[in-house]
Design a protein around this ligand. Sequence first.
Ligand code: SAM
Length: 261
Amino acid sequence: MTSTSPAVTSAPWYSEAAGFFGPRFLAEYASFMTSEITDRQVRCVTKLLGRVSARDILDLGCGNGRHARGLSGEGFHVIGLDLNRSMLEPHPPERGPDRLTADWVQADMRRLPFGQSFDGIVSLFTSFGLFENDDDDHLVIQQVSGSLRAGGMFILDVMNRDFVLEHFQEEETFSGDDASVCTHRRSFDPVTGHFTHGRTRVSAQGKTERWTSVVRLYTFDELRDRLSESGLTIMESYGGYEFQPISPTEPRMILAAETQS
Ligand SMILES: C[S@@+](CC[C@H](N)C(=O)[O-])C[C@H]1O[C@@H](n2cnc3c(N)ncnc32)[C@H](O)[C@@H]1O
């Protein structure tokens, strides 16, 4: 017998009600989020933050807190913020001598409740560009700027649009060990810059599930201009966590921008 997942929800794709962020995201991206990869990312961010002698850090869209915990281990005081409770839930609230931890806040990055509290704000592994319209992304940058102390740093790590388009695959199908079949369908709208990635998974029992992510892929120039409008100047930019230059062969775009001191 074949069944289909529940009716399409009107919840925005990035809210846990839509079913993407939460256990499904953590399972799908587990191989991109190993402790080895996370450690490399934390080392890179720590080095960049060294420019501004940072102490208080906000991890925006912290997910399961892998970077927040790593940065806490480097001696920063870290707050991890995420919209979705199911991403934050695994974190034990208590602090202990044997446990490196951070503080966790459930909030929307478009409305940051902190004031000018941070020396550094990080947005890692595509936690930016998640909204339907660019105005909301700009709002996030304004909120970031307003939450940084003078001379503070914003580290933005997003997908490199040139790389995505250069390696674009419209459709791929994978078979799981459990005999499920997952089909990925991708499209890119060059007018809006939105990259849509839909997945359809059919289990061995014939149950069909669907989930989709929609990410705005910005060019370097677009981000530089948006950051600049909010008083943030890009001081360093890289194509990966080993400080490679940005190029169509590098999957990431990592920008370190500073407010005026
Ligand atoms: C691609 S994940 C990256 C998570 C984490 N930075 C990492 O590297 O593992 C993006 C995160 O942004 C969170 N998110 C989505 N919309 C958000 C919003 N409006 N405000 C705050 N967090 C949001 C999601 O729940 C998710 O944890």
